[in-house]
Design a protein around this ligand. Structure first.
Ligand code: ADP
Length: 683
């Protein structure tokens, strides 16, 4: 099996195990709950059932006791051989007190009716014929009584009432004897409904129903249970009477919801619900934790990949200066392993392995300042580190406070950029720029060589003619008088003075070129604008004379000096002046004026700027030339190099200024550039 399917299989197995455990647990808890609720319900039902059985048994014994009591009262009715009238009075009394008795009959031994009384509570429609019939319940009860020689009951039967209703009745036949001989019968008729009402009714609860039923379940008389519930419980008891057997049935309805039949079940259910809820919360919590763990793992992997791919070195330090983290790029930069760096910083937090020994003290102080709470500059600062092999290299350090999740400052996080390569490129570019400028300057000088020869010609010719004249004067006037005359000597002296002056003039011309080519002072300095203009004037005038140009300069009084590289700015001015004069080298142009001006430029509160302008009345710059004006090596002149303006712009921009041009009315062009003014307070 390859690695990937095996990993998937392992993950699937562990997920399956975790889920099967949870499923088993949930199934167990649920089945336990259901069983408990079911058991509690069953217990409750059995309680209700046994209670009902007890009630039914009690009811049966109550009825039996009441019937026995009635039997005694009935026996008492005929004791002492009462007369018919007395019997009727007594019997009426009895019927008034015992509502369950409907009728009392006194019959003789041949079953003929001697007298009877009826309950005042019930108007029953008696059919005499039916009643005296041999098969009537009364006769049957009496025959049973005769046979048993004791009171006997008949089976129940339905008897209609006067009002159209009817009721279920039962006969009791009581054999009478006088002096040991059968003298007749006392027949008492019971209304089963009233038997229930008077003998059981008092002990019946509202949810119970008592009824007499036949063995097949047909109800003969019913009492109670106006309210019905969801569940019915039934108990049956036999009421065994001599001659007949009645079935007393008791029903009860349980009205409470059967899921919570009692407090115990409710408590168990509530606790179970709480348990299930806790389990559900646990499962949810577990799932969330798993998801968070997975997200965290992803985030860590992402961070690791990001750190490993970085070329920027990262280092974290705690507030004591101990290194707590370095990324692979940092280790590669300094040549030490993460263990070496962290191990050293734990033993000596006040120094680091990559600090050059000669700068340890300086870096220590810097670290102390940082740990005192000073925030480093946002754009970073430069420093020098040492590799494991002892070589030094420059780095750019950007530091930021390390704030933990609780918002506490726990240390410093630093990012390092190895800037050796950047330095090398800068150095190369600076050198080539310098070379370019030197070349341009030499080109200017070469161009000027012809002007120089023309300019030097005059003093040299003057010197030569003064020298020839002097020599002639020094010739002896005659062989006799070898001494030159006093006038001659006077003239020679004058000629010598002229020679000296002309030589000095030629020297000045050469010196100005020499100065221009040789001076290479890079440092920026405060130079008055007038000095800058004056420095290029001799060279500019050389060309101006040749082209018949009038040079006009004007420097605004009271200007602050410019803060600039003097040589470079002089070259810019000279270039612009030369371009301007060349633009006027056209026979159609008669007014040839070169105007060089310096004034204060629009400045803001912090910086003051000077504006230099060089104006000519030349041919102007056509649009197609204007687009390429600052492109190196672009020129319209056959002998031009096309470097002048591009270098001028570089120089001006290096000073933070701006070089531009605009047409000059009525003709010509004005080139303008700005330079920062020197402000004493800022130095
Ligand atoms: P170069 O002087 O060697 O030609 P520059 O870079 O100094 O090189 O000038 C480039 C071109 O710009 C010139 O050839 C010229 O056509 C044009 N130019 C520069 N200054 C002016 C000016 N004041 N008036 C008209 N054209 C100009």
């Amino acid at each position: 099996m390859s690695t990937i399917p095996r990993a998937i299989w392992r993950r699937w197995r562990s997920a399956w195990r975790r889920w099967s455990l949870w499923t088993a647990l949930i199934a167990l808890v649920v089945s336990m709950l259901v069983t408990m609720v079911w058991l509690a319900g069953r217990y409750e039902a059995s309680q209700v059932q046994s209670h009902l059985e007890r009630d039914a048994a009690d009811a049966v014994s109550d009825i039996r006791a009441a019937l026995t009591r009635n039997l005694q009262s009935l026996q008492a009715l005929n004791s002492g051989d009462p007369g018919l009238l007395a019997w009727e009075v007594e019997a009426s009394d009895l019927l008034r007190n015992q509502r369950e008795l409907v009728r009392l009959e006194w019959r003789d031994s041949a079953m003929r009716l001697r007298t009877h009384v009826q309950s005042p509570y019930r108007a029953v429609l008696w059919d005499r014929g039916l009643r005296d019939h041999n098969n009537s319940e009364a006769n049957q009860a009496c025959s049973t009584a005769r046979r048993l020689s004791s009171p006997a009951y008949s089976g129940s039967y339905y008897q209609p009432h006067v009002d159209g209703l009817g009721s279920e009745l039962m006969e009791l036949c009581l054999p009478l004897s006088t002096g040991g001989r059968a003298s007749g019968y006392l027949i008492a008729t019971y209304a089963l409904q009233s038997v229930l009402a008077d003998m059981v009714g008092a002990s019946l609860t509202r949810s119970q129903e008592a009824s007499f039923t036949e063995p097949d379940g047909t109800r003969l008389a019913v009492l109670g249970a106006s309210r019905r519930g969801s569940r019915m419980f039934t108990a049956q008891q036999l009421l065994d009477l001599p001659g007949t057997t009645l079935v007393l049935r008791m029903d009860t309805w349980h009205t409470a919801p059967s899921v919570f039949p009692n407090v115990l079940t409710a408590l168990v259910t509530a606790m179970s619900i709480a348990l299930v809820t806790v389990m559900w919360v646990l499962v949810r919590d577990n799932r969330r934790r798993l998801r968070a763990e997975r997200d965290l793992g992803d985030a860590l992997a992402f961070r690791k990949a990001m750190e490993d791919s970085l070329v920027t070195g990262l280092r974290a330090r705690d507030l004591q200066g101990r290194i707590t983290y370095v990324n692979p790029a940092f280790c590669e930069m300094v040549g030490f392993t993460a263990q070496e760096l962290m191990g050293h910083s734990t033993s000596a937090p006040a120094s680091a392995l990559y600090w050059p020994p000669e700068r340890v003290e300086e870096y220590r102080q810097r670290q102390a300042i940082r740990f005192a709470g000073n925030t480093p500059p946002r754009e970073g600062f430069e420093s020098e580190f040492m590799r494991k092999d002892g070589t030094r290299f420059p780095v750019l350090i950007i530091e930021a406070p390390l704030i933990n999740a609780q918002g506490l400052h726990t240390g410093w996080m630093s990012a390092f950029l190895d800037i050796s390569e950047q330095r090398r490129v800068e150095e190369l570019s600076r050198a080539s720029q310098e070379r370019l400028q030197a070349t341009a300057r030499l080109a200017t000088v070469g161009e000027m060589a012809s002007l120089l020869s023309h300019e030097l010609n005059q003093p040299l010719a003057a010197i030569s003619s003064y020298a020839t004249g002097s020599l002639n004067l020094l010739e002896p006037p005659s062989a006799t008088d070898p001494q030159p005359s006093a006038e001659s000597l006077q003239d020679v002296r004058m000629a010598m003075r002229q020679i000296a002056r002309q030589a000095e003039r030629a020297g000045r011309v050469i010196k100005s070129v020499h100065d221009f080519v040789r001076r290479r002072d890079q440092a920026r300095e405060a130079v008055p604008a007038q000095q800058l203009v004056d420095a290029i004037l001799p060279l500019a005038i050389l060309q101006a004379r040749k082209l018949g140009v009038r040079v006009h300069t004007m420097v605004e009084p009271g200007l602050p000096p410019a803060l600039c590289d003097r040589t470079m700015v002089e070259q810019v001015l000279l270039n612009l002046a030369r371009n301007a004069m060349q633009a006027m080298d056209d026979p159609t142009i008669h007014t040839r004026v070169l105007d060089i001006r310096v004034k204060r430029a629009a400045s803001n509160r912090h910086n003051v700027w000077l504006e230099f302008s060089v104006t000519d009345c030349g041919s102007g710059i056509p649009d197609e030339v204007a687009q390429k004006l600052f492109t190196p090596f672009f020129t319209t002149r056959t002998e031009g190099m096309g470097l002048g303006l591009s270098l001028c712009r570089t120089v001006v921009e290096q000073h933070g200024g701006y070089l531009g041009f605009a047409p000059h009315e009525p003709r010509g062009t004005v080139f303008t550039f700005t330079l920062p003014a020197h402000q004493p307070s800022k130095s």
